[in-house]
Design a protein around this ligand. Structure first.
Ligand SMILES: Cc1cc2nc3c(=O)[nH]c(=O)nc-3n(C[C@H](O)[C@H](O)[C@H](O)COP(=O)(O)OP(=O)(O)OC[C@H]3O[C@@H](n4cnc5c(N)ncnc54)[C@H](O)[C@@H]3O)c2cc1C
Length: 420
């Protein structure tokens, strides 16, 4: 049986259950689709894929291709809409099976359904690769997902319930079918301008984690440092690799547990896992809410705000806009990264000070973030706007108070606004 494995946000060999599943056939082809729509302007003007994530993704693909080569394989990369490209590849090979990672968001699920419908004679399988738990292992049905993160965490932290154990990288893969044309690489547009400090790919992700966890042991102080506005070791910085699937979240959780067994455990080591549960909650929340993750006003009926992107850009650059927000804009747009604290501050300022529609801010983040994750991004914006999974109905940050707590000496603002 020939299997096509369509890679999406699972650009790794380690702990990749989809790859293991796909490797059960007698022949295998791995394919990645670069969707031209990623680069087209969205409803607010920004394209979904900005320069930082694209640079990171390209490097991840190069790294994956090299890793597959060591197993005698290559990666077919096509510049094409998946609804057209995936069935084309499957049909051209006469493949009997298609495997991919289960998508988290509404549009990707619709895309998958279209592909399935186009391949009525092919066995099409979704495999969970993005989450700590499988849906069957959750202590509730997805349609009864707890309404708040606190309830979710209490349910998921029940004694005896642990994330799925990660799998090792496969020792071998079935060969490519004989009629396979390995020379099908279409990389799409160039990298654009990106000064992101993050290098894509599984190898650099593994190195990064080894340094953060085992060499520097920065996890031991994570809970006290994580709110810093801009300090490399203050938080793990694993998000770009997790979002691209170049690192497995299950592997990360298992490494944290191993660190606790072999080195030390304290409130900080637990807190990093706690943050992974926030990520987990938003993944399931996105699947549960479907289209509602993207619409305003959301569940609680409250929302208003301007959707004018030109006005938004002018506000971001206006000298009257708080210097903390202006500095955050520069950091985000030039590097693709903001700390969690800065993301919260900026989201709150956009919604409550600038009075913009939260979806505008979310689309801006989507374009620029190197670690954009659909569920975490839209889930967090909704949370701050008070239209999603927030029992308190929104979170308003007092910017002057944030400055006195986190940037009293002005170093963050000076650094990014290049002020003396
Ligand atoms: C408005 C807004 C938008 C955001 N958009 C994204 C996004 O597109 N992609 C993304 O990965 N994260 C997003 N986050 C969550 C969080 O800010 C980042 O995950 C974090 O800053 C990444 O840095 P880190 O890896 O050093 O995080 P750490 O503090 O080291 O945390 C470890 C991991 O836990 C997860 N995590 C931590 N905090 C959160 C959170 N609040 N929600 C969900 N997961 C979390 C992430 O996977 C993160 O990599 C957003 C937060 C806000 C407030």
């Amino acid at each position: 049986m020939t299997t096509v494995y369509w890679l999406t946000r699972d650009l790794r060999l380690d702990d990749n259950p989809a790859l293991h599943e796909a490797a059960k056939g007698s022949a295998l082809v791995c394919v990645y689709m670069i969707d031209p729509r990623w680069f087209e302007p969205g409803p607010f003007g920004w394209s979904p894929m900005g320069p930082h994530r694209w640079a990171f993704t390209r490097r991840s693909l190069v790294s994956l291709e090299a890793a597959l080569n060591t197993l005698g394989h290559s990666l077919v990369i096509r510049w094409q809409r998946p609804e057209e490209g995936v069935p084309e590849v499957v049909n051209s090979l006469g493949a009997q099976r298609l495997v991919t990672s289960r998508p988290t968001a509404f549009d990707e699920m619709r895309q998958w359904q279209a592909i399935e419908a186009a391949l009525p004679l092919v066995r099409c399988d979704l495999v969970e690769t993005l989450t700590l738990f499988d849906e069957v292992g959750l202590p509730f049905r997805l349609d009864a997902l707890p309404e708040t993160f606190s309830k979710f965490r209490r349910a998921i932290e029940k004694p005896g319930l642990t994330p799925v154990t990660p799998l090792n990288k496969p020792a071998a893969l079935p060969a490519a079918p004989s009629k396979f044309d390995a020379d099908q690489q279409q990389f799409g547009p160039g990298t654009g301008q990106s000064e992101t400090p993050f290098a894509g790919g599984e190898v650099s992700g593994v190195d990064h984690l080894a340094r953060y966890l085992w060499k520097d042991q920065s996890i031991l102080t994570y809970k006290v440092t994580r709110n810093a506005l801009d300090d490399v070791s203050a938080s793990s910085k694993v998000s770009p690799w997790l979002s691209a699937g170049a690192l497995s979240v299950r592997r990360l959780a298992a490494e944290i547990a191993r660190f606790e067994r072999e080195v030390d455990r304290n409130e900080s080591t637990y807190w990093l896992y706690f943050e992974l549960l926030w990520r987990e909650y938003f993944q399931w929340y996105s699947r549960h809410r479907g289209r509602e993750l993207f619409i305003s006003p959301g569940r609680q009926g409250q929302h208003s705000g301007s959707t004018d992107a030109g006005e938004f850009e002018r506000w971001l650059q206006n000298a009257d806009t708080h210097a903390l927000v202006r500095a955050g804009r520069v950091q985000l747009e030039s590097t693709g990264y903001l700390s969690n604290r800065m993301r919260q501050i900026i989201a709150s300022a956009c919604i409550y000070d600038g009075r913009f529609d939260w979806r505008l801010g979310a689309a801006w983040f989507e374009h620029f973030l190197v670690d954009y994750d659909v569920a975490s991004n839209y889930g967090n914006w909704q949370y701050i706007a008070g239209v999603g999974a927030d029992p308190r109905g929104g979170r308003v940050f007092n910017l002057d108070k944030q400055v006195s707590q986190f940037d009293a000496d002005g170093s963050y603002r000076k650094r990014w606004l290049k002020e003396p």
